[in-house]
Design a protein around this ligand. Structure first.
Ligand code: ZN
Length: 109
């Protein structure tokens, strides 16, 4: 089974399973690197609306990591499938939020 490995465009390190990460218009990036990138962009003075978006996404990203843990723990395929389905819903929501945040950060439609 080959696992997809991404490289973070900010620090150049691999993004491995279980790490929080996201995609911006520039590509894959660790979640912590993304937060650092946002701080840099605003010279450390991040607008509250951006902080609110980041905090919500942080919450969802933690949820995704948690559901993955639970998928490992589930002893039946039925429950595992249920968890995977719910995780996909959260992932879809997170990527919608991320595209909103991309608009706020980098402009455009
Ligand atoms: Zn990184």
């Amino acid at each position: 089974m080959s696992r997809k490995v991404w490289k973070c465009y900010r620090c150049g390190e691999d993004i491995v399973e279980g790490m929080k990460f996201t995609f911006t218009r520039l590509g894959p990036i660790h979640w912590e690197c993304f937060r650092a990138e946002v701080r840099d962009k605003f010279n450390g003075n991040v607008p509250e609306d951006i902080n609110v978006m980041l905090e919500l996404m942080d919450y969802l990203a933690n949820g995704i990591v948690k559901v993955k843990e639970l998928e490992e723990r589930a002893s039946s395929d039925d429950v595992r499938r249920l968890l995977i389905d719910r995780r996909k819903v959260i992932e879809g929501e997170t990527s919608r939020l991320m595209s909103e945040l991309n608009k706020m950060l980098y402009g455009g439609a």
